[in-house]
Design a protein around this ligand. Structure first.
Ligand code: CO8
Length: 372
């Protein structure tokens, strides 16, 4: 069988960052104003008051302390509370393209490759900023890659599905060098006026270069195997779509943003992921104790600790299951790859590691890697 390797990774981090305290201050100004304006209706029981948010709750419930975003000013203006991005002309690169090009350049430099060496570009993310042309084709154009390109969306698990698609294309001989990118502008579809979820997401983009082992430079990670799993659930959902304008009863604006039953997601997804990683390792005659590092999806610290604990039978160390969501929050499909990108050094040749992402769908993907 053709050996496939990850020969480079890259990361684009938006320069602006919002702390929990800044986010909560804005939310509470807005909620207090709302409650004052609706005081009579609230007293009459006709309107629910808006409860206040709390920075300590956010850290305790999620492990998140801050998030990088494309536009801090709009999100933190109580009159606006959403990112405000300049409308770009059709002859300018889109925001997703721009982030992906930056992350891709870093990944290609690590792989020792030029954009012209790439003959497949996969843009795997939770949202595309337009329906068509595919964002991947735009990235291919602005980087100067050859071959073909396409978009794919499997929510937070998109990067692992993208890695499997890349491995399949390389194994089948459809491509020799694949660039897989995950530009996530989560702030664009987050409801900053929903106390239960306003703190969850941030923006970032990751990039991964995959090649056949005999083409790649020394180092990097051999892909030992990939395994994907999906199971339908509406517990994480976003009803924004091209048919919104055709709906006889239009959905509310809030229903066209991210919504979730966080507790239920936690309960459903933890066992699904533990089973996926455990059975995937078993199929390769590996035990969780033999895994030197778990680069898990970065949604919730308690969730990651529970998954690692169930697999290892003990608490993981910081090195075994690195965390980036304190700084980045949940960056959807980029999260596990940010953890991989930032914490992939320090392993010895032959060491086994797992990259695993999970989220809406439900969807989950496991990628077993071996340090070369
Ligand atoms: N401040 C103060 N109190 C709060 C706040 C707040 N901000 N929010 C909730 N509370 C209160 C609640 O009202 C509740 O009060 P009470 O007990 O009186 O009812 C109490 O705190 C506890 O609330 P929860 O039970 O909801 O709190 P949890 O401990 O469950 O934590 C989490 C909430 C953090 C959301 C947690 O459930 C979680 O992280 N779950 C997993 C979620 C997850 O992994 N989701 C994955 C989604 S990602 C994905 O697939 C990508 C989708 C596409 C990207 C979209 C980008 C926008």
């Amino acid at each position: 069988m053709t050996q496939i390797v990850i020969s480079g990774t890259g990361l684009y981090t938006p320069p602006e960052s919002i702390s929990n305290e800044e986010l909560v201050e804005c939310f509470n100004i807005w909620a207090t104003r709302y409650n004052t304006e609706h005081a009579e209706a609230i007293a009459a029981g006709k309107v629910e008051p808006k409860p206040l948010s709390n920075a300590e709750f956010i850290v305790k419930a999620s492990g998140i302390r801050s998030r990088h975003v494309l536009d801090k000013k709009g999100i933190l203006d109580p009159e606006i509370m959403r990112p405000q991005l300049p409308t770009r002309g059709n002859d300018e690169p889109s925001q997703m393209c721009e982030m992906a090009v930056a992350a891709a350049r870093e990944a290609l430099a690590e792989a020792g490759r030029e954009p012209a060496d790439v003959d497949a570009v996969l843009c795997a993310a939770s949202n595309m900023q337009r329906s068509y042309p595919a964002v991947a084709v735009e990235i291919q154009h602005y980087l100067g890659c050859g071959g073909y390109a396409y978009d794919m969306n499997v929510a937070c698990a998109s990067a692992t599905f993208g890695i499997q698609a890349a491995v399949d294309a390389l194994s089948a001989g459809h491509a020799r060098c694949v660039l897989m990118v995950n530009p996530e502008i989560c702030s664009g579809h987050l409801n900053f006026r929903d106390r239960d979820s306003h703190f969850i997401f941030g923006d970032a983009c990751t990039a991964v270069v995959l090649e056949r082992a005999d083409d790649a430079r020394d180092g990097g990670f051999e892909v030992i195997g990939t395994r994907l799993k999906t199971h339908f659930s509406s517990n994480i959902r976003n009803n924004a779509g091209f048919l919104n304008r055709a709906e006889i009863t239009p959905r509310s604006a809030d229903d066209r943003l991210f919504i979730q039953e966080g507790r239920r997601v936690f309960k459903d997804v933890v066992p699904m992921v533990v089973e996926l990683i455990g059975s995937h390792l078993g199929a390769h005659d590996l035990a969780p104790a033999e895994v030197r590092r778990f680069w898990l999806h970065q949604a919730n610290l308690n969730m990651n600790q529970l998954i690692s604990k169930r697999l290892l039978g003990r608490e993981p160390s910081d090195q075994e299951a690195p965390v980036v969501l304190d700084e980045y929050a949940n960056t959807s499909s980029a999260g596990s790859v940010i953890a991989f990108h930032k914490y992939k050094s320090g392993l010895a040749a032959g060491d086994v590691a797992v990259l695993c992402a999970f989220g809406a769908g439900y969807s989950a993907g496991s990628v077993i890697l071996r340090q070369r």
